[in-house]
Design a binder for this molecule. Structure first.
Ligand code: 77R
Ligand code: MG
Length: 215
């Protein structure tokens, strides 16, 4: 049967990118998704904003919700100093299998923990299983209706502490209205919108950065 889009993205990486060179992996995926087939990676324009937030936060522990093919995982991990890591959660086993290979090709596997399963099931176990105290940065890029419940769950589990930065993709397209309303109106978050475009298109989209101020 036909290959899947993630399989075709992996093939583009394996034919166009250099093993151990994360930037070439990013460039190969962006070129494929701009000129061959659109795919739901955060992309180069919003990816540059992601890069600037990672550099500003200099996180030691990052949680990414929604791995897909590992594009944003590679973007984040390539900026992390030794000893820092990103835990990335993917529900779809086919996506996870491709992402593992993309991350391996980039040479960043030592900075990445890819976990397969539902965010709602895994978040309560993060402290115990990964020895995480609190996350410095959370990148939300999974099911859009899970952004708000998972943020509340992270708060309840003590995984969001004073200074934790939440960065949410797709707050305009497809949109996360209940999440936006929550972080923009809560006295416990300082929120700001980074206007951009839906990956590889001219449609409006953007990232919302929300800093937890403590209780
Ligand atoms: O749905 C998205 N991502 C979640 C994928 C499934 C996550 C599974 N999972 C992982 C962990 N827990 C659950 C998404 C969609 C679009 C989009 C935009 C316009 C359009 F016309 C079609 C699609 C753009 C994105 O940038 C996205 O991120
Ligand atoms: Mg997205």
């Amino acid at each position: 049967t036909r290959t899947s889009r993630p399989q075709r993205i992996l093939k583009a990486v394996q034919t166009k990118a250099t093993v151990g060179d994360p930037q070439s992996v990013i460039t190969a995926i962006d070129h494929f998704c701009r000129h061959r087939e659109w795919a739901m990676n955060v992309g180069d324009e919003k990816g540059s904003i992601l890069d600037s937030v990672v550099n500003e936060v200099s996180p030691v522990t990052v949680l990414e919700l929604g791995t897909y093919c590992g594009y944003s995982t590679v973007r984040i991990a390539r900026l992390l100093p030794p000893g820092a890591c990103v835990i990335t959660l993917e529900f779809n086993p086919d996506y996870a299998a491709i992402a593992r290979q993309v991350i391996k090709w980039s040479g960043l596997e030592d900075k990445v923990q890819l976990v397969e399963g539902a965010s709602g099931d895994w978040i309560p176990w993060m402290k115990e299983h990964f020895g995480v105290q609190a996350f410095d940065l959370v990148f939300l890029d999974h099911w859009k209706e899970r952004y708000l419940p998972d943020t509340k769950l992270l708060e309840e589990c003590g995984l969001i502490q004073k200074g934790t930065v939440l960065l949410a993709d797709n707050v305009i397209c497809p949109g996360t209205p209940d999440y936006l309303e929550y972080v923009r109106n809560s006295p416990h978050y300082n929120s700001q919108y980074y206007r951009s475009h839906l990956e590889y298109t001219k449609a409006e989209d953007g990232l919302e950065k929300s800093v937890f101020l403590g209780y």
